[in-house]
Design a protein around this ligand. Sequence first.
Ligand code: AMP
Length: 397
Amino acid sequence: MKTVANYNFQNQRAIVRVDFNVPLNAEFKITDDSRIKAALPTINKILKDGGSVILMSHLGRPKDGPTDKYSLKHIIAHLSDLLKLPVQFADDCISDEAKNKATNLKSGEVLLLENLRFHKQEEKGDDAFAQTLASMADVYVNDAFGTAHRAHASTTIIANHFSKEKKMFGFLMAAEVENARKVILHPERPFTAIIGGAKVSDKILIIEKLMDTVDALIIGGGMTYTFLKAQGKQIGKSLCEEDKINTAKALITMALQKNVKLLLPVDSIVADKFATDANTQTVDNENIPADWMGLDIGAKTIELFAAQIKNSKTILWNGPMGVFEMPAFENGTKQTAIAIAEATKNGAFSLIGGGDSAAAIHQFNMASQVSYVSTGGGALLEFFEGKELPGVAAIEK
Ligand code: AMP
């Protein structure tokens, strides 16, 4: 794999696609800087070699060109503190000012370009726009796994303007790709995938694809109830996608055909309304009362799932087991995290990500107890759906 680790950046100007799409509060203060911190090893490696760095990113979803709210100028001071260096800024990513500042960049210096998405050409994957960005640098580095599933100008098209030797992955992106490949290509067995979250419709592709590889598949979260309905059970007011009942049936059959051990929840914490202060009770999934809705897995399910997880050598977890954002319904997700942590302690490789399960593991302060927490939501999901990620392919082709 071509990464920054085996390249000498001395006197080279590197344009680095990072993911600085950080949350900002009303005063434009960064409320979570983990995405910026995740890019520091790559930036520091280039600078240490004697190279210079041009950073480019998107921030938020600006609709109509430059918008103060989405300006990357809000992050300059903090980035500068983290790098312990002054950071130059170009307030339009493809302006003459940007090009001049890039040209005059000296070894050890850093230039941040304004939000790429202030130009519509970024998301359109416009080649001329990509070429302008490319013209500012000698080397292209992609360290933004979170946007690797998008064929945008800065994530994919730009790579066409560099020779194979002059384009590579940053440390973060390399780790993401390596860990995801390790799980799907070389899983130590038993391999268990845990798929949760709200909707079956979002997870059909990943479930189908994983059935080719996993030994066991655990289903939890809101999509449980579409599966239960497919089995003819009464699910009260629980979440159900009526138009996916046949899909759920087909997935249950597929598991049998492919000899995958499918574990569905056997009990639920049900609530009389979708609220933290709802009345709750735990019931078997055979007996969900008509006016109640399942918002978390129950104690018997936790035990069933934990036993499978603790017996596994490779674990992939995508999607929470319940409405973990509400304390009353977080326990199933938390106990799942605890079981994964225990399996990891006993030698299993655990990869968490692809949406809210990563948020959950951070909420429980357990990120350090699993093998790897991916920073890629949609990108990781698409990887496990078997799709080629354009941002990865562009570097490797
Ligand atoms: P996803 O983005 O597909 O991983 O879905 C995550 C969302 O699913 C979270 O916001 C959870 O609150 C929600 N969720 C999990 N379990 C349930 C459930 N039983 N009923 C309704 N929503 C759920």
